[in-house]
Design a protein around this ligand. Structure first.
Ligand SMILES: [Zn+2]
Length: 685
């Protein structure tokens, strides 16, 4: 068997998922202010933040900058809550009811898929269910968690029987290391939300079992490249038990693992990957998962070069494969800078999760800037607005989504259509973690007994601060569509603690007022600490200068940004059903209006942007909350090539076409779009 066919077999797999449904609490009623919770909510496990403590890294681990709060501490409000409810009503709330890879999963004792798809689904279902306090989803999740706990073998092994499976049969122990890593992440989240006493003993027993087997069944393939995900669970358990043997296990895994730090120190994947040179370290999702690897390992190694390796990684990924959304191209391998290359949905959600971990460990605000950029642009853009369909690959310049062979490295012809399982079912199962984990990482604990807002969206956080005082902070905002964020403290008693607010690097001139008084020393690209005694009703207001900024990308093309949002020209669209049964059918999206425009000039930084209501579907062309008027001219000769926008003309371009008024909307609201534009050459005008 050739290396290529071996790799091909290895690369054709990944995850799956499915999910949820309905919600019991409609409208904007917040978790804490609901007067009469529905019966189901009253019955739900309740030990959320108020009784679950925060665990910091225990010696000899390096000190993490922030500690994630237990799942359930942060509740979505406003548009974020509505978005999670859309997700719960879409594929996430129903996938397990009809998708064979979940319905018949070996992870609930069935004869079907027994590798990563069940755990992937749970890794998003658990945070979605407990973030929304949705009893129907909690019941779904419990079925899987209970099966795993009740079916742990005497020797510590977990998961489906060996020899089962559909597209990927789990034949030996080493095949189980990777899917088990996902299930461990599932169980840690579940334990935080419920306090279930069965989880920690299961994990101790599992790690003992794995330690005994690793010499004869070492990490390989996916587990060898994704090992940092298991280190997260090992550290989670070590911080609760202090069992030093866990750190020995971590070192053993590290010794068998792929060295991502060395990979980026001597980076070889500088071109679009070809079918002849693809490897597991040119694989897009593996690279997204690697964004956390060195920071995660630094907690154990204490080696400053591990702590700092994130900068080397991004200098290479951005330089050779960076896209305006903040996430690298990969279709399915690293694919270069051209904005018509694809980016896989698994890569989007894994990059987000990596950055959430990186921010907690390293405390670098720039990493949270990037997290928001990916979350508010790349994540919503790649879903149908009802979240019943998704793409495998999205394109920054995406002018037609159709079944057609495109210039991908090795993805199939249906990779950019919106469907149930376009190209491959990994994204179908792995996509569910995006919005829920973003929500559960908006706020984190600080070492000094305070709270940090590391990313912004309408939410509320309940936690113990200072010496155990329970407080809630309500974050009222329509950010990123609006520029103000208002925090209100709710507390039974006064408490002195630091409130830490991230000031993004793009937010030069941001202001903070406390009870109406301006605060000095607010600096872009930093965490700003307000250490004072807080009383119930205290209000902090954060105002961002949302100016338009132009960035240059491939072929010197320009993209327009406003805060964390990218703007795109939406293209008229016709949705055409390809196959499948609604609501989870597959759709092509065909263009009905021209797209080949160059921009005339550059919008002034303070040019006004029309604000529209933030409705039920803010991430849709019709529901776009912002509109930006620009002028452009069509560029004859810039035409479709193989279903994608042809080569982006080098900026500037000459054109004698008439000037037209164009309206741009946020990238995340579009389905078909042009985002990277050439400019009209001055001599043309
Ligand atoms: Zn995928």
């Amino acid at each position: 068997m050739s290396m290529r066919s071996l790799l091909w077999g290895a690369i054709r797999r990944r995850a799956s998922y499915g999910l949820l449904i309905i919600f019991l609490f409609l409208g904007l009623t917040s978790f804490s202010s609901r007067q009469q919770p529905p019966q189901a909510a009253q019955d739900a496990p309740t030990p959320h933040s108020s009784v679950t403590r925060v665990y910091w890294n225990k010696a000899p681990l390096s000190w993490n900058a922030f500690a994630p709060l237990p799942l359930g501490s942060i509740k979505p409000r406003g548009w974020l809550r509505r978005q999670l409810q859309i997700q719960a009503n879409g594929l996430s709330g129903h996938l397990d009811e009809f998708w064979p890879d979940l319905r018949d999963s070996g992870w609930i004792g069935g004869p079907g898929e027994s590798w990563e798809r069940g755990p992937y689904y749970l890794d998003g279902l658990i945070p979605l269910a407990y973030t929304l306090d949705d009893q129907r989803l909690i019941d779904k999740a419990r079925k899987w968690v209970d099966w795993t706990i009740q079916h742990q073998r005497a020797d510590g092994r977990i998961g489906a029987e060996l020899g089962r499976g559909t597209y990927r049969t789990v034949r030996q122990e080493s095949d189980t290391w990777w899917p088990n890593m996902i299930m461990l992440k599932v169980l840690t989240q579940y334990q935080e939300a419920t306090g279930d006493p069965r989880v920690i003993p299961l994990m101790e027993k599992y790690f003992n079992y794995q330690m005994k087997l690793l010499d004869q069944a070492p990490l390989r393939e996916w587990a060898e490249h994704r090992w940092a995900d298991e280190i997260l669970s090992i550290i989670w358990l070590y911080n609760r038990t202090g069992n030093a043997k866990l750190l020995d296990l971590a070192r053993k895994l590290h010794a068998q693992a792929f060295d991502w730090k060395a990979n980026f120190a001597d980076f070889r994947n500088k071109e679009k990957t070809t079918k002849q040179n693809l490897t597991l370290h040119s694989h897009g999702v593996n690279n997204a998962m690697a964004i956390k690897t060195s920071a995660v390992w630094w907690q154990i190694s204490g080696d400053a070069s591990d702590r700092d390796a994130i900068h080397q990684l991004y200098s290479q990924l951005d330089r050779y494969h960076g896209q305006a959304t903040g996430v690298h191209s990969c279709d399915e391998h690293l694919a270069g800078l051209d904005p018509t290359q694809g980016t896989e949905l698994c890569t989007v959600v894994e990059a987000m999760f990596s950055l959430e971990q990186d921010v907690a460990i390293l405390g670098d605000p720039a990493l949270a800037d990037r997290l928001e950029r990916i979350t508010f642009n790349a994540l919503p853009a790649t879903f149908k607005k009802d979240m019943w369909a998704h793409q495998y690959d999205q394109q920054v310049n995406q002018v037609m989504c159709s079944v057609l062979k495109r210039n991908w490295t090795d993805n199939g012809p249906d990779s950019n259509i919106f469907g149930l399982e376009p190209n491959f079912g990994c994204c179908t199962s792995n996509m569910h973690q995006g919005w829920p984990k973003f929500t559960s990482h908006l706020w984190m604990a600080t070492r000094e007994g305070g709270l940090a807002a590391v990313a912004y969206a309408p939410s509320q956080v309940s936690a113990k601060v200072a010496n155990g005082v329970e407080i809630t902070i309500v974050e009222n905002t329509d950010y990123p569509f609006r520029n103000s964020i208002r925090f209100t403290v709710q507390s039974a008693s006064a408490a002195k603690f630091p409130l830490v607010l991230r000031i993004p690097a793009w937010a030069e001139g941001a202001t903070i007022t406390i009870q109406g008084a301006n605060r000095a020393g607010v600096k872009a690209g930093s965490f700003h600490t307000i250490d004072r005694e807080w009383k119930s009703g205290d209000v902090v207001e954060l105002i961002f200068p949302l100016q338009l900024k132009v960035a240059r990308w491939f072929n010197d093309g320009i993209a327009i940004n406003r805060g964390p949002l990218l703007f795109s020209l939406p293209i008229g669209e016709q949705w055409k059903k390809v196959k499948g049964e609604e609501p989870h059918a597959d759709w092509e999206v065909l263009p009905t209006t021209p797209w080949n425009y160059a921009l005339e000039g550059i919008p002034a930084p303070d040019q006004s942007v029309e604000e529209r209501a933030i409705g039920d579907s803010p991430f849709s062309p019709q529901g776009a909350p912002l509109r930006l008027k620009v002028k452009g001219r069509r560029v004859p000769g810039w035409e479709l090539v193989d279903g994608s926008a042809g080569p982006l003309p080098m900026n500037p371009v000459r054109t004698n076409e008439p000037e037209e008024d164009l309206t741009l909307i946020p990238y995340g609201c579009t389905n078909l779009r042009v985002t990277i534009f050439p400019q009209v050459a001055p001599e043309t005008r």
